[in-house]
Design a protein around this ligand. Structure first.
Ligand code: ZN
Length: 86
């Protein structure tokens, strides 16, 4: 008796994870200052400019965090994971 494998290739697509937002953060390259994380990137930029104005520190590391979710392309149902944790 032999074992036979059947391989099937399925197209997938990747989307924004449901019920999540993109979060923007920034931290100063010269001191320990950090902007308040926000879903509004403009608000984080304004905080960086404020820090630069009082410290003359002009370099920042921007961090943008988003969550992704992979679904089968032939699955017409809306992606909704079992868990709310990405
Ligand atoms: Zn600084």
């Amino acid at each position: 008796m032999t074992t036979r494998e059947v391989l099937r290739f399925v197209q997938h697509r990747i989307t924004q994870h449901p019920d999540t937002d993109v979060t923007y953060e920034a931290e100063c390259l010269r001191c320990a200052w950090k902007a308040t994380p926000s879903t509004d990137g403009g608000a984080v930029d304004v905080e960086c400019m404020g820090h630069a104005g009082v410290s003359n520190h002009r370099g920042f590391r921007r961090i943008v965090t988003g969550f992704a979710y992979v679904v089968r392309a032939d699955d017409e149902a809306s992606p909704h994971p079992q868990s709310s944790t990405p």
